[in-house]
Design a protein around this ligand. Structure first.
Ligand code: FES
Ligand SMILES: [Fe+2]
Length: 347
């Protein structure tokens, strides 16, 4: 009798270690998909902005003086400086910090001080490069050159959240984490609950792990588990293609963006949103936020050491669990599918 090959296997290590693959991902995935920008309520008033860096692409959305929300590349047309720091803020005058060029909130270049006389130069010819913007149920998304409409990319997510009043949840706090690992190493870990006994022993006590379920849907991985008394989560964790997450807890949720910084560097940005902003609920919010951040941090060390093994050449792809890791296989298949459009043969 011959051994049967395992049905599912992990990605080859080079996917996590080869700079050519990282560059292909920048072009085929991060340039072509909608990226979670943040809660749309952060963009309510004139001058409000949200800026992100995703795999090196710097983008921002800004509510103009005329009330219109617009999206741009966060790149000065002069010599390419970053205009706005990443995060949420208020910008009354859009002035480049490098040589003080000033842009109107609609992206038009208004003023290039001390530039000098050049008959070939006209401010009207140097507006900011625009980007695409879309909103869905209180969440704002930004894109450079989206391959599909936002709703197509979201796939099964609208159905998954139909029963949750997510637009009533408003932001309370943002936390950023840096992990020295590839964005896919982190994502592989996020989309499976298989590691909970090994990495999250405290969290394990709050769920019924024997009934932990993972489903790979269209554009979404859904993980659910019955909760025990004292659990602060709602027992539903969602990951969305290509790099954001949404987890439900009673009366709120968190959303996160998994942003590649380099081949072995990833920034994870969490926003915590709640329906009840009252002082009376402050302790509950604190417990939920701190508890979640502690669990998020527990994943970094194992992801970083795994990443080192992928980069060393010492890892050959192992089997994936049909019970717990078909979601990992789904994510990895989506990556391969996206890369097939642009990777040279043999890379
Ligand atoms: S790079 Fe922005 S003003 Fe020079
Ligand atoms: Fe984890």
């Amino acid at each position: 009798m011959t051994d049967r090959a395992p049905m599912l296997t992990n990605l080859a290590a080079r996917y996590y270690a080869d700079p050519a693959i990282f560059e292909a991902e920048r072009q085929a995935i991060f340039r072509r998909t909608w990226q979670l920008l943040g809660p749309a309520s952060r963009l309510a008033d004139a001058g409000d902005y949200l800026a992100v860096d995703v795999a090196g692409w710097k983008l921002f959305a800004l509510r103009g003086e005329d009330g219109t929300l617009r999206a741009f590349h966060n790149v000065c047309r002069h010599r390419g400086a970053r205009l706005l720091a990443e995060g949420a803020g208020v910008c009354k005058v859009l002035r480049c910090p490098y040589h003080n060029w000033v842009y109107a909130s609609d992206g038009a270049l208004r003023h290039a001080p001390w530039f000098g006389e050049d008959p070939g130069f006209a401010v009207s010819q140097w507006p900011l490069e625009s980007a695409h913007l879309a909103q869905w149920r209180g969440l704002a998304f930004i894109a450079i050159d989206p391959a599909v409409d936002l709703l197509v990319q979201l796939g099964d997510l609208p159905a998954e959240l139909a029963d949750y009043p997510i637009e009533r949840y408003l932001p309370v706090e943002q936390h950023r984490f840096d992990a020295q690992t590839n964005w896919k190493t982190y994502t592989d870990n996020f989309v499976e609950g298989y590691h909970i006994p090994g990495i999250h022993p405290g969290f394990l006590k709050t769920i019924d792990f024997s009934r932990f379920e993972t489903a790979a849907l269209n554009g979404v991985v859904r993980m659910t588990s019955p909760q025990k008394d004292g659990a602060f989560y709602g027992g539903k964790w969602l990951w969305m293609w290509p790099n954001w997450t949404l987890s439900i807890f009673p009366g709120g949720m968190n959303i996160s963006r998994i942003s590649p910084v380099g081949i072995a560097a990833t920034q994870i940005t969490y926003d915590f949103l709640f329906a009840d902003h009252s002082d009376a609920a402050a302790d509950t919010r604190r417990r939920t936020i701190d508890g979640t951040c502690a669990i998020v941090r527990e994943d970094f060390e194992i992801c970083e050491h795994t990443q080192q093994n992928y980069m060393s050449g010492g890892y050959l792809p192992g089997p994936l669990s049909p019970r717990h890791e078909q979601s990992v296989a789904y994510f990895q298949a989506r990556v391969k599918q996206a890369l097939a459009t642009c990777l040279p043969v043999g890379v």
